[in-house]
Design a protein around this ligand. Sequence first.
Ligand SMILES: CC(=O)CC(=O)SCCNC(=O)CCNC(=O)[C@H](O)C(C)(C)COP(=O)(O)OP(=O)(O)OC[C@H]1O[C@@H](n2cnc3c(N)ncnc32)[C@H](O)[C@@H]1OP(=O)(O)O
Length: 445
Amino acid sequence: MTAVGIDAMEIWTGKLKLDLAETFAPAQGDDPGKYTKGLGLRASSFPDVYEDIVTMGANAAHRLMKRKGLTPEDIGRIDVATESAFDNSKPVSTYIAGCLEQVYDENFHHANKGERKFACISGTQSLDDAYNWIRAGRNRGRAALVIATDTALYARDDPGEATQGAGAVAMLVDEDPNLVELSAEQGYGSADETDFLKPNQQFPSVDGKRSVNVYLARMREALEDFAEVAGDIHPGDYEMIPFHTPFPGMVRKAAALGYRHIVRGTDVGDLLAEEIGHQPMRSDFETDDEFHAAIKEYTDALTETERYQDWYANTIEPTLEISREVGNWYTGSVHIARASGLKHARENGLDLDDARLLVASYGSGAQAEVHAETVVPGWEEEIGALDIDEQIRNRYDLSFAEYEQVHDVHNHETETDVEEFTAPENEFAFDGWGRMGERKYRYVE
Ligand SMILES: CC(=O)CC(=O)SCCNC(=O)CCNC(=O)[C@H](O)C(C)(C)COP(=O)(O)OP(=O)(O)OC[C@H]1O[C@@H](n2cnc3c(N)ncnc32)[C@H](O)[C@@H]1OP(=O)(O)O
């Protein structure tokens, strides 16, 4: 079977930065440790006044096409995943194709375009769609462009405000990929949940604490389902595990639960039992409360072991480096986690040729999905082409008063006239409104 997977990717961060410890925490009257240690975040990215989900997605896609020497005729499909769409009918992919057509002689008239919605997991679902389209032999030798783009903004003073972010990830899905090959096996954990939703509103209604528990419950189901189809998982099977990362503290919780689950019945589980005792079993306790207290105590002890901490430092920590600087990008989040892990490996001289990744996606509402990926030779060159560190460094550092203005600029309910903080250059920028209320864009040299 020909390998199908991600051939190349590009990342585009919103060009403004809100420093959470230095700027946001003091204004909120919070201890900076809540952000840096508790949530695990240093900063959030925000779009400048001329940026939105279309410009960020189009800019990421344009860089990708330029670097790979592609023209619109090479692309048979453009799928955009977002939970920040501003139109219930016209998909963002048509806006992005329109932008790209300004800079290419050819057009995308024969490319299938769509928009995927299922909260943050729709980025991964769009990869599935592209994978299936190629596997079905419907691609006529062409590749698919998958773009995950979001402005993850919350209402002012919502607890979620600490985890905001904005950016886009563009991925080229093709046969014989140069980055990762996707596995056919997938595990799902899916249920009708009311934890985070936007019923015809821009900013989410969130039950934050519940959303954390729903994430963990669905992720556990997905892991169990994946093991059913792919076989038992050993902690040594996967070099890295990129998770959906709304904030790194969420992944800290998910990783501990995942590890506890996968070591059961393994040699690693036996060694841990000698050190901290066996995992509590429900049948040993009279009540659920007693059982849950014992599980918490066991998990706390587990995360203190050197064995767990080594595994976490190698398998999880590298995937969180970009996220700590940019916040939650919803649909793009798990894809920056993958890029972050691979970038760390390249910078530290790790040989990941043919290494396996376990990729764990999540979307509120709620669904988790787990699949495996194989890193393919060529990955170092692809990852080495990313300039995300430079983009992160070059962001304009907002004062709190400026942050308040920027939040208003992107709030659909408020009208405010704010000067741009950075100057667009060689990129697409928002250019005002059309006669039917559509957004217009231009390429700025
Ligand atoms: C949205 C998606 O993308 C989909 C999902 O993944 S859903 C799952 C994640 N949910 C979200 O991201 C929803 C949006 N976020 C939120 O609603 C909120 O940010 C939140 C509920 C996650 C946390 O908000 P909060 O209640 O204000 O924070 P709070 O729980 O007090 O503090 C956060 C952490 O910092 C710790 N902390 C607080 N102050 C601290 C300090 N000074 N030093 C160190 N740690 C500190 C807390 O103990 C807590 O850690 P634990 O959860 O491990 O106990």
